[in-house]
Design a protein around this ligand. Sequence first.
Ligand code: GRF
Length: 220
Amino acid sequence: MSGRAKLGVLVSGSGSNLQALLDACARPDYPAEVALVVSNVPTAFALERARTAGVAARALDHKTFGSRADFEKALGDALEAAGVEWVCLAGFMRLLGADFLGRFPGRVLNIHPSLLPAFTGLHAQRQALDRGVKVAGCTVHFVDPGMDTGPIIAQAAVPVLSGDDEAALSARILEEEHRLYPLAVKLAVTGAVRQEGGRTVSSVGPSVDTAGLRNPGEPG
Ligand code: GRF
């Protein structure tokens, strides 16, 4: 692949992680650009963010398709037609099947608001609070057909503070998500990390290992 990698970003909601990717892509030295944003929710604010940034955006409402396979075929077709090479799920609330993933092998990423493999699925921050963990965070991983189960690329940790409710913890994690996702996308599209079998392999060693790490409670 030459030049900047072409990203397709899939969204369902507010799109603050999309915004972080758009902002990163606006920097001339960033190795990727957003070629297309697709939302399965036609009213998602994320579509507004894409249009404001001058990026192609379209709604593909899964409810209007006869089957999951039909929806995923249309989604894959739209992404391919836009020249998309890498697919970034950013608050996209649908699982993707093997047929779709096979069209972008090893090139689909997701961000999840927990330190995987803990707390997969919905309401990860509430799950973390309910279990009383002291360290929470977020993870960017390659996507497989499971729910938040693919090989991990990068993680960032945040402290859980006494008095946190779901909103406060979610906001603290989200701040790290916005830092972590552009970093992980850069690592993937430059080949610094790649998916090999069920694992993430790094070609650049320890600098990747520490890039997505920060000690909770550390100043700054
Ligand atoms: C984020 O917490 C993300 O990790 C999760 O859904 C949320 C989406 O937020 N998958 P936004 O739409 O990017 O603001």
